[in-house]
Design a protein around this ligand. Structure first.
Ligand SMILES: Cc1cc2nc3c(=O)[nH]c(=O)nc-3n(C[C@H](O)[C@H](O)[C@H](O)COP(=O)(O)O)c2cc1C
Length: 370
């Protein structure tokens, strides 16, 4: 029997992942001034042996003011770098063979200075140490949100430089992939979307100028990082609102990013504006991934409400994407990859300490057969 696509290796630019399962980046809101804690130690270690060929580490603020919350991970100080090195070394020590690690570099822009989700997720109140946010605009994300400062040219250059410095730290940490966060309504998306960018300068006013931050960022980071590291993007397939980013805009941007050396695109959507109306359902963003893959030829990752191994395999078999990312399914079941292998008849390596848990050795079904 041939190997299911989900368990076939994939080349992403200079990096080969052992299978097509990726853990999507997931903020844990549990860092200390950007530094990972013991929570991250168990979290990333668990994901390292989840069976996913690629583990994407959560959105990591490239500067302190670019974090979403006080609890978000950052990579803007030596202390941040040391804390992350500890977590990554431990994760690599237990990772399944050939597992690769990526980091998502991010700047939240006007969605920064927010509460952690379990405190409500809104803007930080005056007594909770809020900070001045920045954006393409001086208009807030929504009612009750902080009014950002519209970045000037020097401020934009500073943000790009923060990405470059964080990317250099990521290289020192040994990540095989660096992902630039260009969606979910964060800074780069705030510049890209016509809904949030009404500027009439070098950074707005035409589609080309709205893409400028994304393109300059890709160029700057790609240039700063060795060719052995894959630099990719997470992009918005749609803003889900009138006048917002469409899949055609996303295709145009991805084609341009590809020319600049982007190795892959993970296709997500939404988050730009609270007024957006998103039709959420099983595989609801796969159509966007399909368009990106077919119209750009870039290595494409699909994400969003992909839950079962069979669903993931079919998306690949139907040619909609090259790789599948899952987020919540891995939080719920950090051995998702093992179970996917069992379901698709693949003999995935497991740590020998846990090997006796293989279903064929002890499950009720196996016992009955025996
Ligand atoms: C707890 C949690 C944290 C998340 N943090 C991030 C993040 O850091 N960066 C990002 O791009 N998306 C983030 N997301 C979105 C996921 O990566 C993913 O795109 C989304 O949950 C849809 O996939 P799913 O249906 O498999 O959960 C987060 C989602 C969850 C549930």
């Amino acid at each position: 029997m041939s190997l299911p696509l989900l368990f076939s290796p994939l080349k992403i630019g200079p990096v080969t992942v052992p299978n097509r399962i990726a853990v999507a980046p997931m903020c844990q809101y549990t860092a200390d001034d950007g530094s990972m804690t013991d929570w991250h130690l168990q979290h990333v270690m668990n994901l390292a042996m989840s069976g996913a060929g690629l583990v994407m580490v959560e959105a990591t603020g490239v500067e302190r003011r670019g974090r979403i919350t006080h609890g978000c991970v950052g990579l803007y100080s030596d202390a941040n770098e040391r804390a992350m090195a500890r977590v990554l070394a431990a994760a690599r020590a237990v990772a399944l063979p050939e597992t690769k690690f990526g980091i998502q570099l991010a700047h939240a822009g006007r969605k920064a200075s927010a509460q952690v989700p379990w405190d409500g997720g809104g803007a930080l109140t005056a007594d909770a140490d809020p900070w001045q946010t920045v954006s393409s605009t001086d208009q807030p994300f929504g009612p009750g949100w902080h009014a950002p400062e519209a970045l000037d040219a020097a401020g934009i250059e500073r943000s790009i430089e923060a990405f470059v410095q964080a990317a250099k730290r990521s290289v020192r940490l040994g990540y095989e992939a660096i992902e630039l966060h260009m969606t979910h309504g964060y800074l780069v998306h705030q510049f890209f979307s016509p809904v949030s960018n009404k500027r009439q300068d070098a950074w707005g006013g035409t589609p080309e100028k709205r893409m400028k931050l994304a393109l300059d960022l890709m160029q700057a980071v790609r240039t700063a990082v060795p060719v052995s590291v894959a630099v990719g993007v997470r992009i918005a397939g749609s803003d889900w609102m009138e006048g917002g980013v469409t899949i055609d805009d996303a295709v145009t941007l991805t084609n341009r990013l590809k020319v600049l050396g982007a190795a892959y695109a993970c296709v997500s959507s939404g988050g730009l504006d609270p007024a957006a109306r998103i039709s959420v359902g099983p595989g609801y963003q796969v159509g966007f991934a399909d368009a990106i893959k077919k119209q750009t030829g870039i290595v494409t990752r699909a994400v969003g409400m992909i839950v079962s191994p069979e669903q993931a395999e079919k998306i690949l078999a139907d040619g909609h994407a090259d790789q599948i990312a899952l987020a919540r399914a891995f939080l719920d079941n950090p051995r998702w990859g093992w179970h996917a292998a069992d379901a698709l008849g693949v003999d995935l390596h497991r740590p020998p300490q846990y090997d006796r848990a293989r279903p064929k050795l002890w499950s009720v079904a196996a016992l009955k057969k025996g």
